[in-house]
Design a protein around this ligand. Structure first.
Ligand code: ZN
Length: 376
C-alpha cells in the first residue's frame, strides 16, 4: 500500500491490519513541501508496532525525478492556494501524473513480491471520490485503465489487483471506516489521527493553518462524524471549524441560490422567518423524517412532532444524530434561542420552554422552509 501520512492512506492501513493482511507500506519522498507527512507515517507505524501490529515500511526517494515538475506542492516559487477544495485554483496543487508514477512503482514492487514469495498481492490505495473534481487521477476509471495497461505489459499480472476501498466514498466514509477499524483493533483513534497530516502548507512546527483546500475538507469531515480533529492547528479548533464552515457556505452559496426557493434561501441563509400558518409543514401529520433543506442532515422524525397551535412545525425532541446548535438571539428586542443546523449553518428557527412537559418541555419552533419532509 501507498502510505502518504495523510488521513486517507492511514485509514487504509488500519483497515488492512483489521482485515488480516500482511502489509508492506511505501511512502514517497517527491520533494513535497509537506514532507512532515512522512514523519507522521513513521510515528503511526511505531505506535501500531507497540500495539503488536507489525508492518513493513519503505521510503522511496523520487526527488530527483519529480523536482523538475511544476506544482505548488513541490515548487517553492508557487504558493499553495487557500480556499475551498473544489475551487479551480486548487488545480495548482496537482502534481502532474503523480498517481500514475506511484502506482507504476508499487505495481513493480507487487510483481516482485509475487515472484519472491509466490503469493497474490493487492495494491491498496486511499483514493476517494471527494478528490475527483480536482484530481482526475483519483477516479475509478483511471485505475481500471491503469490496471489493464499494467496487465498487458507484465507476466504474472493476474496475481496483482488494485484494492481501492474508498474509491466511491468521501472523507466522511473514510473516518467512519477508521473509527470501526480502531474499535475492532483496540487502538486509539485520536492517537492514530494526531499522527496524520492533510495540510499542504504546514508551518515549521507541522501545524496547519486549516485554510488550504485539503484542510477544509478534512475539518468538515471530522465535524460531520461528530469529532474534533486531534491534530494541532495554528488557531483553536472552534475558529478553524468556523472558517471551514464559512468557506464551504460561501462556495455553496451559488448552489443554494439556484436550488432553494426564495423563502427557503431567505430563512436558512439570512435567518428570515416565514409567516405562521403559511409554511408547507405546520399541519403535516404523515409519518416520516424531516431533513435540513440545505445539507440533508436528519433533524426530526414525525414522532417528535406535535401540534402546538403556533403555526410553525413544532417538535419536542431532536433526532439523536441531528446535533442542532443553539445560539442566544437578542434581535428584534427579544431574548430567544436560535436553532441552527451545525453541519451547514442553516437557520432553522428558535427553541422555547413551553413544549409538552411529558416530553421534556421543549418546543423547537421550525420554519417549514428550513426542512424537507421524506414520507416513510
Ligand atoms: Zn444543514
Amino acid at each position: 500500500m501507498s502510505l502518504s501520512g495523510g488521513m486517507d492512506s492511514t485509514s487504509v492501513l488500519i483497515r488492512l491490519i483489521n482485515e488480516g493482511y500482511k502489509i508492506d507500506c511505501i511512502s514517497f519522498n517527491y520533494g513535497q513541501k509537506h514532507m512532515i507527512e512522512i514523519e507522521k507515517a513513521i510515528e503511526n507505524i511505531v505506535y501500531l508496532s507497540g500495539k503488536g501490529f507489525q508492518v513493513k515500511h519503505k521510503i522511496i526517494d523520487l526527488t530527483s525525478a519529480m523536482s523538475i515538475f511544476h506544482s505548488s506542492l513541490t515548487n517553492e516559487e508557487i504558493i499553495v492556494p487557500e480556499g475551498h477544495y473544489e475551487e479551480t485554483q486548487m488545480k495548482s496543487t496537482v502534481v502532474p501524473n503523480r498517481n500514475a508514477i506511484f502506482s507504476s512503482i508499487i505495481y513493480g514492487y507487487a510483481l516482485s513480491i509475487v515472484a519472491k514469495e509466490d503469493v497474490n498481492v493487492k495494491i491498496a490505495l486511499g483514493v476517494h471520490s471527494g478528490d475527483h473534481a480536482i484530481y482526475p487521477d483519483c477516479r475509478p476509471e483511471f485505475y481500471q485503465s491503469l490496471e489493464s495497461s499494467f496487465r498487458l505489459g507484465n507476466w504474472d499480472s493476474e496475481r496483482v489487483d488494485f484494492y481501492l476501498p474508498y474509491v466511491n466514498g468521501d472523507k466522511v466514509t473514510i473516518l467512519n471506516d477508521a473509527m470501526k477499524s480502531c474499535q475492532d483493533l483496540g487502538v486509539d483513534f485520536d492517537t492514530i489521527f494526531s499522527n496524520t497530516i492533510t495540510s499542504y502548507n504546514p508551518d515549521n512546527r507541522g501545524r496547519s493553518s486549516g485554510k488550504s483546500g485539503s484542510d477544509i475538507e478534512r475539518i468538515l469531515a471530522f465535524h460531520k462524524v461528530g469529532r474534533r480533529d486531534p491534530i494541532e492547528y495554528i488557531e483553536p479548533w472552534e475558529k478553524v471549524l468556523q472558517n471551514a464552515i464559512t468557506t464551504e457556505n460561501n462556495f455553496k452559496d451559488e448552489e443554494y441560490r439556484n436550488r432553494l426557493t426564495k423563502i427557503q434561501y431567505d430563512v436558512t441563509r439570512n435567518s428570515a422567518t416565514e409567516r405562521p400558518f403559511t409554511g408547507e409543514y405546520w399541519d403535516e401529520k404523515r409519518e416520516g423524517e424531516y431533513l435540513c433543506i440545505c445539507c440533508g442532515r436528519k433533524l426530526f422524525t414525525s414522532e417528535m412532532k406535535y401540534d402546538s397551535g403556533c403555526g410553525w412545525p413544532s417538535f419536542h425532541t431532536e433526532h439523536e444524530d441531528a446535533n442542532i446548535e443553539q445560539i442566544e438571539d437578542r434581535s428584534h428586542g427579544m431574548y430567544r434561542v436560535e436553532v441552527k443546523c451545525s453541519y451547514c449553518d442553516a437557520h432553522l428557527g428558535h427553541i422555547f420552554n413551553d413544549g409538552p412537559m411529558n416530553k421534556g418541555g421543549k418546543r423547537y419552533c421550525i420554519n417549514s422552509a428550513s426542512i424537507d419532509f421524506m414520507e416513510e
